[in-house]
Design a protein around this ligand. Sequence first.
Ligand code: CP
Length: 330
Amino acid sequence: MTTKAAFKVGEKFFGSPAKRLKPGFISAAELSAEEIRYLLDAAKAFAGPVAKGETIPLLSGKTIVNLFFENSTRTRSSFEMATRRLGGAAMNFAASTSSVAKGETLIDTAKNLEAMKPHCLIVRHASAGSPYFLASQVDIPVVNAGDGFHEHPTQAMLDVFTMEEKLGTVKGKRVVILGDIAHSRVARSNIYLLKKMGASVAVCAPPTLLPPHPETFGVDFAYRPEELLPEADVVMALRVQLERQNRMQLPSIAEYSRFWGLNLERAKKLKKGAIILHPGPVNRGVELDTEVADGPDSVILDQVYFGVIVRMAILAHVVNPQGLKDWLKK
Ligand code: CP
């Protein structure tokens, strides 16, 4: 089955994301190759000014709300940094210290925040599809910062940007995603983006951590890393997401680490020049050994660095699209 068929399954379940009615950034599956290229190029154009410490005032006078119902280190700080570097104001909302703890619903929370007249809602939530629901209820752009095991599109954008920076292009490159594919929003968004940009993708996990029929995503798959590592230009290691599993889907974490963890021995099977990514947070000694996470082929902190300029491009595009176009022409 082709990747196109896999998108149809998603469209049916999540209610036709292929037709975007409002500005926003919710799903990698709904982006065209041209839109992806435009945003990656915009991020690249921001790199120079940002490295010099310049502010690019495309969000001047705008307030961006970070509405996070799940924990985050990288994504929330990265969006906050991106907002500030665009001259905007970031407002952080943490569910644990809000009236959500008293039983207020997602939609009431979002409507109340919208009443304060911000210009964009960035949402992270444990329920797949919640950003679509919010986008249907509020009049400001919604950006998906991770919804359950559905998608994490801004993470995938920064991953592709990092691959391009390190390898020149992703077209024709072999990307191996290794880890808990079944529960990973990062894997899904990366598969959608990478295939649109011409990469060849393979996934690897124990059978219980692969989605049913992984071939419906248009990817190759294997149960053992040794089968895929020698051909990889990129290996993306993923965390075992125990918080999204109904029951332990592995005999033990120690067994996962022994057979699927990217340790020094397995990393030696990679070809010269191959790079190692991880979206974070890394469980050292489980999916990635410290020698590999901190080794010369690891680009994990580059991903975090590039994340800010990629999110600047996305925020500028959804909140001030004409301003971004005009700035890029200068
Ligand atoms: N990659 C990622 O989403 O990290 P955080 O959970 O820290 O935001």
